[in-house]
Design a binder for this molecule. Sequence first.
Ligand code: 0O3
Ligand code: SF4
Length: 321
Amino acid sequence: MPDLTPAPHAEILMAQPRGFCAGVDRAIEIVERALERFGAPIYVRHEIVHNAYVVADLRRKGAVFVGELDEVPAGATVIFSAHGVSREVREDAARRGLHVFDATCPLVTKVHVEVSKLRAQGCEIVMIGHRGHPEVEGTMGQANGGMVLVESVADVGTLQVADPSRLAYVTQTTLSVDETREIVAALKARFPEIREPKKQDICYATQNRQDAVKFMAPQVEVVIVVGSPNSSNSNRLRELAERLGVPAYMVDAPEQVRPEWVAGKRRIGLTAGASAPEALAQSIVERLRQLGARQVRPLEGIEENMAFPLPRGLLPASAAA
Ligand code: 0O3
Ligand code: SF4
């Protein structure tokens, strides 16, 4: 029988920053406050953030998650998820008289506004992102046509555009920083006049969590990412660690950590996607301790202090005045 315990005195190195970003904090608070103020049920279109633990917790408190608005009774309160929605969804909610709170992250909304402006200026827009992801559907749904999705450098090679002198690009906020740089380089090589965002659309949280994995990966023998399978930004953290030559696994519950992943390892790296709660990360630490890890060492890294305001209708009465 092989020995599946970590090496004696194995350390867990904790990436900094990891876990919740400001957009996720705000989105969850919107659901919690709506439940407090209006009582259950509060409907939420799509998972508020892509994390099974968060969704189960809110469901217990009275949130009802739906795929589309036709599952929401007329006149009910509905919250749009942090990933954003198309104009069509917004118009549909208004038509049906739903009481809406919008938990779209302001950094996603910033990209929506950019798309609207560029279309008004007559630009065709290339969106760099992952097909089928709700953020891509929401962002592409800000334009009435005139947008095309590219997912890879190969897609750039086959791209057909109407007028290369009136072309711009935007991106999903949670992409791989390095892969996106390559796609943008390919776009610029083929379309030298393409307009780009003033500041990249990949958000501060995505950038910081990927930078933290780059700092951590050379110091560890295995990386565990806390995140649910449908979380784009969490997947990018796992892929990045692997690209840096370190075996990496994604889990969203402690029992998913397999003893053979850490067997004989002296240093285990732990990080968490932007939608993964710290309580879940700590339950993974506990599991690693049960498997034999002894020390926990927080790594150095950026301290984030970003916070986004809540929608007016959910502020405490004194603040809303
Ligand atoms: O976009 P992604 O799948 O990474 O979404 P998550 O896991 O819910 O994380 C929050 C990020 C977000 C709402 C969009 O930027
Ligand atoms: Fe907003 Fe970035 Fe968090 Fe997405 S990952 S919710 S864009 S802060």
